[in-house]
Design a protein. Sequence first.
Length: 364
Amino acid sequence: MIARISRSQYLILILVAFNLNINGFAQSFSAKGQLWTSTLTSNDVPDGLSSTESTLGYIPTLSLFKNLSNNQLVDIEWAYRLDRAYSGDSLLHNNESHHRYWVRYASEKLEARLGLQKIVFGPSFVLRSLSWFDTIDLKDPTGQTDGVEAFRLRWFPSNSLSIWSWTILNDQDTLSYGSRVELSNSAGEWGLTYHQDPSKSLKVIGQIGIPVSGSHNRIAIDYRYDGFIGFWNESALIKSNRSDIIMATIGADYTLPISNGILIMAEYMSISNKFDSYESSQSYTALMASMPLGMVHQLMFISQFDLEENRSYNYLRWSSTYDHYSLNFILSISPKRSQYLPITMPNSLAGFGTGFQFMFIYNH
C-alpha cells in the first residue's frame, strides 16, 4: 500500500527491485553525472562574509533499464546530490541528499513511476504559476530541479491526449493527490490540473513562495498556441478554509529574423491573495531575449520587475557549450539588501546587488 510508505521504504523498495532484476539489467547499465563549479563576486556583502563566494557540486546518476516484449520498458534511476558553497575560505553551505531514486514501467500507452522524481508541467518560462512541485529556474545554467517522492501514472489514449494522476508523500508523511489532463489539437495545447493536499502544516508554493496554511485544493488551466507568435496562459486557484489565492500568467514570444534569430519573450504574472479579511496583490513582468552566436555560443538576457515593490532584477549570460562541458559568464544586477524590509536575509551573495559569476559545467 502506498498510503504509508516512508522515505526509507521508498529507497528499500527500489533497492529490492534492483536486486531482483540485476541479472536481467546487466546488459543495460549507464552511469552519467553533472559536475559544476562557480565563483561569484558582489558589491553587496553581508557583515562578516567575503566578497567572493564559490560553489562546487556533483550529481552522479546510475541507470538500469530492460526492454520487455511489445514495446515495454522497465528502468531504475538513482542520483545523489553533493554541493558546497564557500564564503572566501569559510564553509557557507553543505548539502548531501538524494536527488533521484525511482523505478518505472513504460509502454506505448502507459507510464508508471514510483520514487523521488520530478513533476513539471505548464507552458510558462520565467513567471510560472504552475511551479507546484519543481524549482526550475531559467537563470540556472545547470537546469536542475528538486523532486518529490511520488507515485505517478500517465496514460496516453491517443497521440493528442494524455491523462496524469499522482500521489505525493509530503514532509510530514501525509499524502496529497492530484491529476492532470493534456489535450493537443489545431487550436493549441490545453491542460487542466487538480491537486488536493489534506496536510495541516504550512506550505510554501511556487517560485514566488506563496504561503498556504492547512489543507487546501488547487485547480488550474493552462494553454499554449504556436503560430506567427507563441502565446500561453497559466491560471490557478489555491483555496483553503482561510484563504483564496488566484495566480495567473500570460506570455508571448516571437523570433526576430535577424542573424541566426533572436528570440524575444515577455510574461506578466498577477497574484491575488485573500486571507480572512486581509487582501493583498502582487504583479510581475519578465522580458527575455536570447540569441545564438554560431554553433557554440549563446547570449541571453532576462529582466524581471516587481511592480508593487518597484524593484528590478536583471540577468545577462554568455554561454559557450561544447560536447561535454559549458562555460558561463553571468552579470546580475539586483536590489541591495538595504532596499528590503529589515528581515532575515540569506547569507549568499546571489540575488543581491551587482554581481559577476563564472560557472563551469561538465556533463559525462
